[in-house]
Ligand binder design. Structure first.
Ligand code: MN
Length: 204
């Protein structure tokens, strides 16, 4: 048993023009695949860990054998984060407005005032993050929502947080289409968010 690339729920070109087909193809079939392959290679030395879902590995990094802990943090994180990312995205035609999901709307308003302020705060965090990493909307143990960023492939799961929504800030996620224009990428991503999935994550 080894970890596998999850099936993508949409075609490579389904998020056009906000995320281009070439970026989706390389991101999923090369970058994500590489995280899966490197996680599998690292775990060969401790194959009993293959029985655990990757979420369990990331929630308990301190219990992972030291010789593979960094590999699990980086590649296990990469595998989980990307699997999560594909699920919170969907084609524009399939998106549902947040207004039609009252439970989600109420939670966002309770956390950030209103939906516009939430988007502005998320943009600010995404833009000010230096280097590679992810911007996250997470829930803490007290069920409070927070927007934060993490470096590289570090996962909210390893910080005791539940991820609700996240955006990949690595240049490989946007450079082909947007080059240095991270702001444009972050503003366009709202067009292809699967808010129904975000709500499911909130209820976990
Ligand atoms: Mn990525």
């Amino acid at each position: 048993m080894s970890y596998q690339l999850p099936k993508l729920n949409f075609a490579y070109d389904a998020l056009e023009p906000f995320i281009d087909a070439r970026t989706m193809e390389i991101h999923y079939s090369k970058h994500h695949q590489a995280y899966v392959d490197k996680l599998n290679a690292a775990l060969e030395k401790h194959s009993e860990l293959f029985e655990k879902p990757v979420e369990e590995l990331l929630k308990n990094l301190e219990s992972i054998p030291e010789d593979i802990r960094t590999a699990v943090r980086n590649h296990g994180g990469g595998h989980f984060n990307h699997s999560f990312f594909w699920e919170v995205l969907c084609p524009l035609k399939d998106t549902k407005p947040v207004d039609s999901l009252p439970e989600l709307k109420t939670a966002i308003e309770a956390g950030f005032g209103n939906f516009e302020d939430f988007k502005q705060e998320f943009l600010k965090v995404g833009l000010s993050h230096f280097g590679s990493g992810w911007a996250w909307l997470s829930k803490n143990k007290d069920k409070k929502l927070l927007i934060h960023s993490l470096l590289n492939q570090d996962s909210p799961l390893s910080q005791g947080l539940t991820p609700i929504f996240g955006v990949d800030l690595w240049e490989h996620a946007y450079y082909l289409k947007y080059q240095n224009r991270r702001q444009e990428y972050l503003e366009n991503i709202w067009q292809v968010v699967n808010w129904q999935k975000v709500l499911e994550n909130l209820k976990k």
